[in-house]
Design a binder for this molecule. Structure first.
Ligand code: BGC
Length: 695
């Protein structure tokens, strides 16, 4: 049965008898959430030996930041600004998943998010389309490798197409209403980058955009995705997003919902069971032309062929391979390195950090200090909290000589201050109080939107109570989204953003706290002062009344417009300076490439890595342009005193814009470039684009 190939069902651990019967009848194209070499091999065996056409199954799973070896959450990985490390992490995730019989991952999530209330911001790469595109491509390369048939590879899914992160109010699944310009400039580039990197599938999103649900949008799924971008893989719906077309109010019946989705370009129906149950009659009645079905089936079968499933339906998985690959020591090692790179030093007044290795008494306080499950964050694959090393354990192991005191202080969402007295008493005895505060792992991720961005429960009060002891405080944050922590930023001398770092949380954190590793992460997303500033992002346009001392300008009466920590921000235990910004030419033609070079020097006393960031601004154009937009970056490791000259290239891709008719063009005029260690400040240069190349 052809429509059976388009039916994707979820299993609860193992397929039940009914599901296996459907496989035998050719009514299942794939399963999701079926994992483990033994179980996947058994289901695959039924498909290829007991069904009439013997077509193997796609076996999908949400391998988001690791399968068993859990890496930092994707937002944290993006904070490394290290696409090679991110690619390596995806490769390990893919290798482990594939060994366990999974051949398809529902990742990367490439949704741009400008609203930290949206819990799924944790699953993406933040607010910027350039960084987001680089990370999207890196993850696709990591998951898929160069040959999908390799036993290390899983097919990647760019999701959620499109603009799922634009949910109004940051409320998950909510309406999205963006202009075509913002869609094309901000939201779409990472999907396109994932596809250009070869992603085999795309997932259609839950949300509507301007009145048309993504899962029934021919414009998105056929015009943009296939005609403009040339995508040749298949599109899978999100979980029951075909059925949900009824709730959206664009389909009156299941059959109508299925017809709308299939004709728009959703090839595979996840969980709704509409394609397999309701569409046969519609097709027989001639209401859906057979070629529409054939096209979708061909795309799904091509995906299976690309994975080599017709030659080896088990895709190289085996129980022995699974046993030897999962949580392999080199996988943990990589997880530690990525975690170290993901940590962002937000503030370090008076060089409070690193802690001196001979700090005698350290009080570790807070509900996240010894929480294994939280360390893994949301979507922990088949990760096991027992594999995670907590901050407390990591610190104890590193500070072998010193005394480490520990008090939880309160639970993550507690409303009672019963544990404060103990925490305060310990802080009084210590040279330094290390507070590990933040969110539970499942307070971000899917269906985990928040209306506030402070520390949950009474953690803020705990922080203030410990601070009041006068013992120097270091704040370590664990969270899946930017938090708005104005008080901490004003009072606490040292703040480390540790997100959710995965199984190696403790060792990674301890290595940075004690200075064995110099922090080098940079924020992939803006940290607001208060939730009322949201949405807040660095690449905004100028408005006709940019904020100034004048009352009638774009600002708040009760808060500055600036964020507390800007995009791209992140400190180091050493210092870097930038010099010699050079442009290859003062003038270029629109189709030209401009070379930009800059020298970065480690001017401090420790080895460290800096992420050199290049931004551009088109000064005057036919449409408004961002005050600056990331156009390149490079991570570079430098010894004390060492300098490196870096080369960047600005091409029409970075300099172009969509004009008023939505044509992508580079317009003549003056451009500014900015180079530095964050989206604020930096060296500046200027060049001109001229219609006639004049050099
Ligand atoms: C999520 C997807 C995920 C799917 C399958 C949905 O609820 O939105 O991101 O891939 O479930 O688990």
């Amino acid at each position: 049965m052809k429509l059976g190939q388009l039916n994707l069902l979820s299993v609860d651990n193992r397929p039940n008898e009914e599901q296996l019967a459907l496989v035998r009848q050719g009514k299942v194209g794939g399963f999701l959430n079926l994992t483990g070499a033994a179980a996947t091999r058994e289901a695959q065996r039924v498909a290829v030996t007991e069904s009439r056409l013997k077509v193997p199954l796609l076996l999908g799973h949400d391998v988001i930041h690791g399968y068993r070896t859990i890496f930092p959450i994707p937002l944290a990985e993006a904070a490394s600004w290290d696409p090679e490390a991110v690619e390596d992490a995806a490769r390990v995730a893919g290798r482990e998943a594939a060994a366990a019989g999974v051949n398809w991952t529902f990742a990367p999530m490439v949704d741009i998010a400008r609203d930290p209330r949206w819990g799924r911001i944790a699953e993406g790469s933040g607010e910027d389309p350039y960084l987001g595109s680089v990370m999207a491509a890196a993850r696709v390369r990591g998951f898929q490798g160069t040959d999908l048939r390799s036993p290390d590879a899983v097919m990647a899914t760019a999701k959620h197409f499109a603009a799922y992160g634009g949910a109004e109010g940051g409320r998950d699944y909510n309406t999205v209403d963006v202009s075509e310009r913002t869609l094309r400039e901000i939201y779409l580039p990472p999907y396109r980058a994932a596809i250009a990197a070869g992603a085999g599938s795309v997932m259609s999103a839950f949300n509507e955009i301007g009145g048309v649900p993504s899962s029934s949008s021919p414009w998105l799924l056929t015009q943009v995705l296939r005609r403009e971008w040339g995508f040749r893989g298949f599109v899978v719906s999100d979980w029951t997003s075909v059925e949900e077309l009824r709730a959206h109010g664009v389909a009156a019946s299941r059959a109508d919902a299925g017809k709308l989705a299939l004709e728009a370009g959703v090839d595979m129906d996840m969980v709704s069971r509409i394609y397999v149950d309701d569409l046969p009659a519609v097709v027989r009645a001639g209401r859906i032309p057979l070629p529409v079905v054939n096209t979708a089936v061909r795309r799904v079968l091509r995906g299976k062929a690309a994975l080599g499933l017709f030659a080896d339906p088990y895709h190289g998985s085996s129980v022995e391979r699974e046993r030897s690959v999962l949580l392999a020591p080199e996988h943990r090692q990589l997880a530690r390195r990525v975690a170290q790179e993901a940590i962002v030093l937000l503030k370090n007044d008076g060089q409070r950090l690193p802690l001196s290795p001979d700090a005698r008494t350290v009080a570790v306080i807070g509900p996240l200090a010894d929480d294994r499950a939280a360390a893994l964050g949301s979507w922990p694959g088949r990760g096991d909290p027992q594999d995670a090393v907590t901050p407390l354990e990591g610190i104890k192991a590193r500070a072998a000589g010193g005394r480490i005191l520990y008090a939880k202080g309160c639970g993550i969402t507690d409303t009672a201050a019963a544990g404060f007295a103990e925490a305060v008493a310990l802080a009084r005895q210590a040279e330094v109080a290390l507070l590990v505060l933040g969110e539970a792992g499942d307070m971000s991720g899917e269906a985990a939107s928040r209306s506030t961005l402070g520390l949950p429960g009474v953690q803020q009060q705990l922080l203030e109570a410990v601070y009041a002891t006068g013992t120097p405080v270091v704040l370590v944050l664990m969270n899946g989204r930017p938090l708005a922590l104005q008080w901490a930023a004003d009072h606490v001398p040292a703040i480390l953003e540790a997100w959710f770092l995965g199984v190696e949380t403790g060792p990674a954190l301890a290595s940075v706290l004690f200075g064995d590793v110099n922090p080098s992460g940079k924020l992939p997303v803006t940290f607001p002062r208060a939730v009322g500033q949201v949405p807040i992002y660095y690449n905004h346009t100028n408005t006709g009344r940019p904020p100034s001392a004048d009352k009638y300008t774009s600002k708040y009466v009760d808060l500055p417009v600036s964020p507390v920590f800007p995009f791209g921000h992140g400190l180091s235990y050493t210092t870097f300076t930038f010099s010699d910004l050079r442009l290859g030419a003062p003038r270029v033609a629109p189709a030209d490439t401009l070379r930009v070079s800059v020298t970065v020097t480690n001017t401090g006393a420790r080895e460290g890595a800096e992420v050199v960031q290049l931004y551009v601004k088109d000064e005057v154009a036919s449409v408004t342009r961002p005050v600056r937009a990331l156009a390149g970056f490079r991570r570079v490791s430098l010894r004390p005193g060492e300098s490196r000259t870096l080369q960047f290239r600005l091409t029409p891709k970075e300099l172009g814009l969509y004009d008023q008719r939505m044509r992508f063009v580079v317009e003549p005029g003056t451009f500014r470039v900015f180079v530095g260690g964050s989206s604020v400040g930096g060296l500046e240069g200027e060049f001109e684009v001229r219609a006639q190349a004049a050099r």
